[in-house]
Design a protein around this ligand. Structure first.
Ligand SMILES: [Zn+2]
Length: 667
């Protein structure tokens, strides 16, 4: 979300879409694991399989396993998930519901929250109620990820309350705007509107969808369909040209979520509205392979693109996929920093200007990384190429894992590349940024893209992709297989996979050989099985697997540099996929870096810091850095000026000033 109103009003599109895509990729994706895994959506499974005639994905080759079929085990991702769950339990549904009830003419049950939810500073962005939508998504996914009833009870309560509000309002609209539908009416009528009401409504749509998909809440589906019908009704009188003008204002992933509604209803009007919500000013150049992104608001665009690919899945229209694929390639290939983030002050800048933007404290909005991962996973479903997995890993282990305060569980907005700045996190009850909203979702769904399988009935139906190295357990219910991945990655470049099959099963295990590892060697049951010298590929092990089979993978990690795009003398240091940052001291106490107002990031805690430079050739720097003895800590040896520095993973950096890109002077 854009922090400043003028951006909202002038920019192209956007918002985000959900992880749900995986759920909707086919009825099979709704199947929920049993045994130690949550079984809360079992009745949805039945309903979905009965209605398999509904519109479905016609283009995907693989699909992510349902979130409920994966459990995260001990490690940094489980820690982050637990912190997120604790925060979700601290937020009070009745406070988030305050304005929804007021709008419906009902007494609120608790005071409203501050920040973007109600404070005057942000009133003109019209994001009131966005938190409730994100919360529904996050709590629904947290329930799927953990099976904890407390999460489902909260989801059920909120959905029930939204239904009460919707029934009382009678139009089908359910929202928390202080002026109800006024700004939507303005947009539809072509009048000047305040803020980004479609962006905000998209969060409500998506939250309801996720409550249905992940928790089986049928009421959520009903409220969602009525809300979609309201949207059909309110826009039916305008021409396509008027509609496109309306899309000049940020509108989140409306195209994606309406496509999802279409898969639930099979009603053409929902598909038609999803396609009307496709912003031609972006779709056309992207589908023609033209990069028109300079100056555009990043997080306004990415969700539109996810929606394009979602519509490709349902319609097979090639321009949607061409646009999504081209966008992904240009953003990940030419517009991203080392951690996978993009943009400065929320906008794409010319790819020749990285050096100039490096000194900004407002680079890399966290929402953009969140949404790029959503785009990556949906593209992987069509084309399971290791390049998608490599980007996903890079962004997940750096931008996303590094977005959470390890002490308070609060989340970043910008992830600054400014030399010597630090991470600032939101406050728990007074910020409610866009990045707080996507943030509570990020850490609720780490089980998402670790494993993929071939689509049932498709040519790759007997393939199981291991895309990420995260300690986890997978239940492949249809095959009677469970799989346990044990790993201390990224502390070491090894992982171990143990298979438990009710009866021997033939399938192809596809192991990602990451681009950062020169080689990958694989053993099965202690004997060398195969090795790969092709970084950025999948290694296939096709055999009949039986109970107790153990696969071990060894991918040597190394220190290397990655130049800033367009630069020859400025580089980041990486260890495997981990971006390392220099620990520059000037520590603050946990809590002192929680910050209410994202607009003032860069002007607070801005102490002058001397940032060392390195000497040598960029390609030789990695060889002059040694492990310091502590886990994932390194130290330069004689190349730092005026002194050497200690480097630690960006994801672990908190409460002190750091540096990400280094000036390198040749000697
Ligand atoms: Zn954001």
């Amino acid at each position: 979300m854009m922090p400043r109103r003028k951006h909202h009003l002038s920019d192209a599109t956007a918002s985000l879409t959900r992880r749900q895509a995986l759920k909707l990729l086919g009825s099979g994706a709704l199947l929920v694991a049993t045994g130690p895994f949550v079984d809360g959506c079992a009745h949805v499974t039945n309903q979905t399989s009965r209605s398999s005639r509904k519109p479905s994905d016609v283009t995907s080759n693989v699909e992510a396993f349902p979130l409920a079929g994966v459990r995260i085990l001990d490690g940094p991702f489980l820690d982050a998930q637990k912190r997120d769950e604790a925060y979700l339990l601290k937020l009070e549904p009745d406070r988030m519901l305050h304005n929804f009830r007021v709008n419906a003419g009902l007494e609120p049950k608790a005071p409203i929250y501050g920040g973007w939810e109600s404070a005057q500073t942000w009133a003109d962005i019209r994001c009131h109620g966005h938190t409730l939508g994100h919360y529904l998504s996050a709590a629904s996914m947290m329930y799927a990820s953990t099976g904890h009833d407390e999460m489902k009870q909260r989801v059920d309560y909120i959905v029930g309350e939204l239904k009460v509000c919707q029934d009382a309002d009678k139009t089908g609209l359910v929202c928390a705007f202080p002026d109800k539908a006024t700004q939507i009416d303005n947009l539809v009528a072509g009048r000047r509107a305040v803020g980004v009401p479609w962006y905000t409504l998209h969060k409500i749509f998506a939250g309801l969808r996720d409550a249905y998909l992940f928790c089986g809440n049928q009421t959520a589906r009903d409220v969602l369909v009525k809300l979609a019908d309201w949207a059909v009704d309110v826009t039916k009188g305008i021409t396509d040209e008027q509609f496109q003008r309306m899309l000049g204002t940020e509108h989140g992933g409306m195209n994606e979520v309406l496509a999802d509604v279409y898969t639930m209803t099979d009603e053409e009007k929902h598909l038609a509205l999803a396609e009307r919500f496709c912003h031609q000013a972006i779709l056309k150049p992207m589908s023609e392979g033209r990069d028109s992104l300079n100056g555009l608001h990043s997080n306004t665009q990415i969700p539109k693109i996810v929606g394009f690919e979602r519509l490709y899945q349902l319609t097979g229209k090639p321009q949607y996929h061409a646009a999504a694929e081209f966008f992904w390639k240009t953003v990940t290939g030419t517009r991203s920093f080392a951690t996978g983030g993009n943009g400065d002050n929320e906008h794409f800048f010319p790819i020749t200007d990285f050096a100039r933007h490096l000194s900004s404290a407002k680079t890399m909005e966290t929402c953009c990384s969140h949404n790029m991962l959503r785009l990556t996973r949906i593209l992987f479903a069509h084309d399971p190429a290791a390049a998608f997995g490599d980007y996903y890993e890079r962004t997940l282990f750096n931008a996303i894992l590094g977005s959470q305060d390890p002490d308070t569980g609060m989340m970043t907005y910008f992830q600054s590349t400014k030399p010597g700045y630090l991470k600032l996190f939101c406050t728990p009850f007074d910020s409610f940024w866009c990045c707080t909203g996507t943030g509570i979702e990020n850490h609720a769904k780490y089980g998402d893209s670790i494993y993929f399988r071939g689509r049932p009935g498709g040519p790759q139906r007997d393939s199981l992709y291991v895309n990420l190295f995260i300690a986890s357990a997978l239940n492949w219910k249809e095959k009677g297989i469970t799989l346990k991945q044990t790993t201390s990655f990224p502390e070491t470049g090894k992982t171990r996979i143990e298979i438990d099959a009710a009866s021997p099963q033939k399938f192809a295990l596809q192991l990602r050989h990451p681009a950062w590892a020169a080689t990958a060697t694989v053993s099965v049951n202690g004997s060398a099985a195969t090795s790969s010298q092709k970084p950025g590929s999948f290694i296939e092990l096709n055999r009949r697997w039986k109970r107790g089979d153990v696969v071990e993978v060894d991918m040597p990690m190394n220190l290397h540099t990655e130049l800033l795009p367009g630069a020859t003398d400025t580089a980041a240091v990486l260890y495997g996929p981990l971006v390392l940052v220099g620990a520059l001291g000037h520590e603050v106490k946990p809590g002192e870096d929680l910050h209410v107002n994202e607009r003032t990031i860069g002007s607070v805690l801005n102490v002058p810091i001397d940032v060392p430079t390195f000497s040598g050739k960029p390609s030789d720097i990695g060889g002059e850095i040694k492990a310091s003895g502590e886990t994932l800590a390194f130290r330069t040896r004689g190349i730092g000026h005026p002194e050497d520095v200690t480097l630690i993973p960006y994801y672990k950096m908190a409460h002190q000033h750091y540096n990400m890109y280094w000036k390198i002077q040749s000697t």
